[in-house]
Each structure stands twice: as structure tokens, then as C-alpha cells.
Write a protein that binds this ligand. Structure first.
Ligand SMILES: Cc1ncc(COP(=O)(O)O)c(C=O)c1O
Length: 450
């Protein structure tokens, strides 16, 4: 039995969380079950911390998004954005639902191919790729989106090597009114770089321009920005038709739809701030119809929606392992999951729910992770009831970007489970071991002696 130190009792002023007119906000909820499975049982069987994905939410989100667009604009195709979450089980759920793949590296491409996606069902984005990878993707008929002139010239050489014309799309960045404007990716529209790239493709004689792509930002809370993007892309497609006498077959609007997470600066919970998928669909599809230049065949619409499809399907269960008081007297808890697993805690006030009904007044607390780093703070301020060591907390939504951007900094990465539609729990990634972390390391023999 471990030693329990005596903590002298103190009398302190109760500082309950301020209720606003919406109640206590996003926190202060109980989550004792995920997809019908008791949190306590999940921890008993799989340990803590634990990432949990709910398959029915993945499928519902995909179906709702597909329905929102296809009922308004039937020629739509979703491509699953691998970087958002490339656990094979997650990708495969979306592929089963009908999504093709959107990848940004040779590594992601290999994952998509291994899952059975043919090259032609893979969109390749990204500012740089080694020429060997471009050659492979081109040979396998992938949809390559050209980011810059150097990539364009490399693809012309590859087309010459292969002895055939390659179909490509170009990536375009533009002013959509969003601040700050995303200018890193693709050719700029306003300074005419995009038009020059189109001309080069026409004059080069090796490539055929089939698509235009714009990923205008992420967590875009203003659907009107997509109206600007679609209007500008359609005008550019019309210019391409005149310049190169080839029809643009598709417009790809990238990702960017917000999930129900809450940004740090937002007062209201994300559920009340995030536009619905129908609002995005209405703006995009309406603009595609109303701004289509005369005589231009309607292009196919590609979407690379990431976080809006996966974020809410993901939970992280963590356990309180220690508690203390800060210098100002605030309650502070040390959880066994830190910011190395929760990259998105940088941007979001991740909702913190208790796994049991910890009756009592809510009060302000700080939630630390277990890392020996001052920045390891999951929530600087969170309203929590009287919880204590060994209590489980459930953080949500964490399905987007955390699994792919988590790292073994100081701790191993935890197990990930998927709860299927019948309530069955399957491990989709094991907890890491020392062998996983040290596997690629090599210790020179002269350093083997102690
Ligand atoms: C090219 C591209 N497409 C799609 C996405 C997915 O974006 P989101 O998760 O905002 O939907 C990203 C993410 O950054 C991206 O870079």
C-alpha cells in the first residue's frame, strides 16, 4: 500500500464558476459513457490515458456532409485529408463511406496505396515532394496539385520521361477576406502568378490542366469566404479555358470547415459559434451555380474536409494523478495526458468532462499535463466540480490532428481504441513501448560500454 501523506484541512472561500445566461457553458458536464461503453470499463481494459474514437460519429458526420453537398450539387467528391488523422481504421471508415484520399507526402501516399486506394483516387497536395515520389505518383495517375513553378518544371520533365501528357491541377491562393490570408500554398491569384502558371502549362505542351485547387484556411467560421473563393476560381477557370482551350474539369476547395470545438478567444461554446455543414454547402453550391461563366461546363467539386468530419468522433480519457494549490490559491490538477498528446489545446478550450457525477459547486481550476515542462497546461481555466486523484476526465473533441501531431516527448503515446456501431471496442493502435521509440536509433559500438 502506498504512503498517504496527511494534508491539513484548510478553510477557504468558495469561488464558484460564474454562470452566464447559457448556464455553465461547455464544461461541467458528465461523460460516464462513450458510445455506450462505460469510461471506467475502458480505462480498466485499456489504461489511461486513452484515445477513444466513436465509429458511428465518423460515419454520421461523413454522411451528413455528403448529403449537404450532394443534394445541392450532385457532382461532389470528398477526399479524406490524411494528415487530419491517418490511423488506418479511421481512413478506412471514410474510404468505405466513399471518400478518396488527399495526401501531402510520400509517406501518406504509401499509406493510402496500402489501404487499397488506386493512384487515380489519390489527390497529392503539398509545397515540396522529392522527384522520385512525383515520378511514382505521376506514373500511377494520381491527381497532382502543382504548388510552384519548380514543381511544375519537374512534372514537365517527368511527363517527357514517361512519354505522355500528364493531367495536373494547380493550387491557388487568394484574398478571400479572411485575416490573415493564407498565402503559403500555390500560385497567387491577384499578382497573376496563377495565370502565368496556367499559360506555362498551355505553352509547355507536356501537362494538361484539369483542375484548380484552393485551401483558403482552416477553422473558417465565415462561410462567405468560400463564396469569394468559388467566384474567383470560376473566373480563373474561364480564363484558363481562353488561354489553353482546355476545360477545367474540377474545382477543389480544400478543407477548412470548423468543428464544434471552442477557440480560446470565444466566449460562447463552439456548438453555438460553428456554422453548420449546410451553411457551408449552401454558400459553395449556390455560388458554383450562380457564378458559372456562360458556356462553361459545370466543374466537379472536390472537398478535402478534415477536422469537421473527425474532431467530434475523438475523445481522450485522462486520470487525475495529483493535485495542488497555485500561489493564488486556485485548485490545480495534474492529469496523465499532456500537451504532447493534445496539440490542439494550443487553439482550443477543449471541453473537460467528469466521468462521474462529482456533486458539489463548480470552481475554477487549472489542468496540467504530466510533462516536466512549464507549458504543459491543457486548460488554464476550467470549471470543475469537486474532483480528486484517481478521477477520470474526458476531453472532447480531440479527433482531429491530435493523434497525427502527438509525439513521444517524455511519455509514450497511449493506446487508441475504436468503438464500433454495435458497442464493440477494438484496439486500433497499441500503446507505444521503448522498442517503438528506440527502434530506429543506432548506438555506435564505441558508446556501448558504460
Ligand atoms: C490541402 C489541405 N486540404 C485539406 C486540409 C484539411 O483541413 P481542415 O481540417 O481544416 O478541414 C488541409 C489541412 O490543413 C490541407 O492543408
Amino acid at each position: 500500500m502506498g504512503i498517504r501523506f496527511f494534508t491539513p484541512p484548510t478553510v477557504e472561500r468558495n469561488v464558484p464558476g460564474m454562470m452566464n445566461k447559457f448556464g455553465y457553458g461547455a464544461d461541467a458536464r458528465i461523460c460516464d459513457r462513450i458510445a455506450g461503453v462505460a469510461v471506467d470499463d475502458l480505462v480498466r481494459a485499456h489504461g489511461s490515458p486513452l484515445f477513444v474514437f466513436d465509429e458511428s460519429v465518423l460515419r454520421e458526420k461523413y454522411r451528413a456532409a455528403h448529403r449537404a453537398f450532394s443534394t445541392r450539387y450532385p457532382a461532389v467528391q470528398f477526399a479524406w485529408s490524411y494528415k487530419t488523422n491517418y490511423l488506418r481504421a479511421v481512413c478506412q471508415v471514410f474510404h468505405q463511406e466513399g471518400a478518396i484520399a488527399e495526401v501531402v507526402s510520400d509517406f501518406e501516399y504509401a499509406k493510402a496505396r496500402a489501404l487499397g486506394m488506386p493512384g487515380a483516387s489519390i489527390i497529392v497536395n503539398g509545397p515540396y515532394h522529392p522527384v522520385e515520389f512525383l515520378r511514382l505518383a505521376a506514373a500511377e495517375g494520381a491527381k497532382i496539385h502543382v504548388d510552384n513553378l519548380d514543381m511544375l518544371l519537374a512534372l514537365e520533365s517527368i511527363a517527357a520521361e514517361l512519354g505522355r501528357t500528364l493531367d495536373v491541377a494547380i493550387r491557388v491562393n487568394m484574398d478571400t477576406g479572411l485575416q490573415p490570408a493564407w498565402t503559403k500554398f500555390g500560385f497567387n491569384l491577384e499578382n497573376l502568378e496563377a495565370l502565368r502558371a496556367i499559360r506555362r502549362i498551355g505553352n509547355g505542351g507536356r501537362l494538361r490542366l484539369t483542375g484548380l485547387h484552393a485551401h483558403i484556411g482552416t477553422f473558417v467560421l465565415e462561410p462567405g469566404a468560400y463564396r469569394v473563393a468559388v467566384t474567383k476560381l470560376l473566373a480563373l477557370a474561364d480564363a484558363a479555358r481562353t488561354e489553353n482551350s482546355t476545360a477545367i474539369e474540377y474545382l477543389d476547395l480544400g478543407g477548412g470547415f470548423a468543428s464544434n470545438n471552442t477557440l480560446h478567444y470565444q466566449y460562447l461554446p463552439g456548438e453555438q459559434m460553428t456554422p453548420s455543414i449546410d451553411e457551408y454547402a449552401e454558400v459553395i453550391c449556390d455560388t458554383l451555380r450562380s457564378e458559372l461563366p456562360a458556356g462553361m461546363p459545370a466543374p466537379k467539386l472536390f472537398l478535402e474536409t478534415g477536422r469537421a468530419l473527425v474532431d467530434e468522433a475523438g475523445y481522450l480519457i485522462t486520470t487525475i494523478r495529483g493535485q495542488k494549490r497555485t500561489a493564488e490559491g486556485r485548485r490545480a490538477f495534474i492529469a496523465d495526458a499532456g500537451v504532447n498528446l493534445l496539440y490542439t489545446s494550443n487553439w482550443y478550450k477543449l471541453r473537460v468532462m467528469t466521468a462521474r457525477d462529482a456533486r458539489g459547486p463548480l470552481s475554477d481550476a487549472i489542468l496540467y499535463g504530466p510533462l516536466c515542462m512549464n507549458i504543459d497546461v491543457i486548460r488554464e481555466h476550467v470549471q470543475l466540480p469537486p474532483v480528486s486523484v484517481d478521477d477520470h476526465l474526458v476531453l472532447h473533441p480531440v479527433g482531429a490532428y491530435n493523434v497525427t501531431q502527438s509525439m513521444q516527448f517524455i511519455t509514450y503515446r497511449p493506446r487508441v481504441v475504436l468503438i464500433d456501431e454495435a458497442g464493440g471496442v477494438e484496439v486500433i493502435r497499441e500503446r507505444e513501448t521503448l522498442a517503438d521509440v528506440e527502434g530506429p536509433e543506432r548506438l555506435p559500438s564505441r558508446l556501448k560500454r558504460v
